[in-house]
Design a protein around this ligand. Structure first.
Ligand code: NAG
Length: 435
């Protein structure tokens, strides 16, 4: 926390501007403003000046202590924002610094070596992850012809033949969530929005984005929703479809108990897609009590207040956890992004006087830091490779294919649905013609 600066010799108006509000003291020291001793805003120049030693001013460090402090700063940087160092210019800077810091200081040199090794390990893990995601997407895109029509889809195994225990399936979903969460860098939240702003775009060292882990995670959510809908729409028999709906309700319930709100929401989204929701005869065979409770938990009204309460509960459980299972908190990610987006948009990062708006940045940092704690949890469950493989690669229906499969299960009920099926059948026929 940047605190009130020490008095600089030769500075005549030490307390240049202090005011008493109803509560707390607001004070300015040149270009830095404080409220109750916490920095509220400052100009970039003043912040830099505050950190740079001059002939008659040391920023509360002794000069011989600079090397360990520098190592500490770089360690913090490389551990919190390792992806910044995907840029070879940054790596070169780091090497240069190692060289300087190391001069005559064995301890700092060793610390820099270890830090660099950890960094390289993180970056190569990222590279492997990106390759794995790309490979999985390719497999999932290779859609066998069998999926094109429902009658022939008997060859595709369904979820129950791979796993019929809702708790085990929820555990495997949690593995996928935590794997993918762990690669999202804190900077990606802000970069995702900032890159859309052309004014921010033209300048700066970190102009080009180096990662897209956030997008990869969001597409996993979409995949899971479509997978749930596909599994429900595919079976020919009503009884079978009803069993799959009940199975996914149980999986969603287990996700809720685990604290995996993202999979929970993806499953609910899949169930509410219109090709699934319209299967009235199927739903009439399902006991929906549990599902209604879960939907109520994730109800968007009052700004998702039920969900936010449940999330707070899970967060508290996590903070006082006795087992790694109790530590798990996987937020409904789209909402987290939305909150951060509006926080970022709702307030300027620079005040009209050009100062950096520290208060806003603290608030952003608070939200992103909370996420960083959740991201760190190691998933305690046993991995089941066969189930995991199925979840991430088994082919899924597109939106049109879902509708067609749904009409095959339960025919159109009105003219609108009849028209819809007719036009879908036509375009599906056309897309199957090999030219
Ligand atoms: C919804 O709640 C979040 C978290 O409390 C808050 O940051 C956000 O501003 C709220 N949004 C609206 C539209 O009230």
């Amino acid at each position: 926390t940047p605190k009130k600066p020490p008095r600089k010799t030769g500075e005549s108006s030490f307390l240049a501007n202090a005011r008493l509000y109803g509560h707390g003291i607001t004070a300015s020291y040149g270009e830095m403003c404080y409220h109750d001793n916490s920095l509220v805003s400052a100009s970039l120049e003043a912040l830099i000046q505050h950190l740079v030693p001059t002939v008659d001013y040391y920023p509360d460090i002794r000069f011989r202590e600079v090397a360990p402090k520098l190592v500490q700063l770089l360690t913090e940087w490389t551990e919190t924002f390792p992806y910044d160092f995907r840029d070879e210019r940054m790596m070169r800077c780091l090497k240069d610094m190692t060289h300087h810091v190391a001069r005559g200081d064995e301890y700092s040199w060793r610390a820099m070596q270890q830090m660099t090794q950890r960094l390289i390990k993180r970056l190569s893990a990222l590279g492997q992850y990106e390759e794995a995601v790309a490979a999985l997407n390719t497999v999932a895109m290779e859609r066998p012809a069998s999926l094109k029509s429902k009658q022939a889809s008997g060859q595709r195994s369904d979820v129950l033949s791979v796993c019929d225990d809702p708790f085990v399936l929820a555990q495997q979903l949690t593995h996928i969530e935590l794997d993918r969460l762990s690669f999202i860098g804190p900077e990606e939240f802000i970069q995702t929005f900032a890159m859309k702003d052309p004014l921010e775009n033209h300048k700066g060292f970190f102009r080009k984005r180096k990662t897209s882990n956030l997008e990869a995670y969001v597409s996993w959510f979409n995949r899971l929703s479509y997978l749930v809908a596909t599994e429900i729409c595919m079976p020919v028999k009503k009884k079978h479809r009803a069993r799959i709906i009940e199975f996914f309700i149980d999986v969603a319930q287990e996700c809720f108990n685990i604290g995996n709100f993202n999979s929970l929401m993806a499953i609910i989204t899949g169930m509410n897609m219109s090709p699934v929701a319209r299967l009235k005869k199927t739903w009439s065979k399902v006991n929906t009590d549990k599902f209604e409770i879960l939907e109520h938990q994730m109800d968007p009204s009052s700004n998702f207040s039920n969900y936010r309460t449940a999330l707070r509960g899970a967060t508290q459980r996590s903070e006082t956890a006795h087992s790694s299972q109790e530590k798990i908190v996987i937020p409904f990610f789209s909402l987290l992004i939305k909150d951060i987006y509006f926080l970022n948009e709702g307030c300027a990062s620079r005040l009209p006087n050009g100062h950096i708006n520290f208060e806003k940045l603290w608030e952003l940092a608070k939200q992103v830091s909370e996420f960083l704690v959740w991201r760190q949890v190691i998933c305690p469950f046993d991995r089941d490779r066969r189930i995991l493989q199925y979840l991430v690669t088994t082919p899924i229906f597109s939106e049109d294919e879902l509708h067609l499969a749904s009409y095959e299960s339960e025919g159109p009920e009105n003219n609108m649905e009849k028209d819809s099926r007719r036009s879908l059948s036509c375009s599906s026929l056309l897309s199957n013609v090999n030219i």
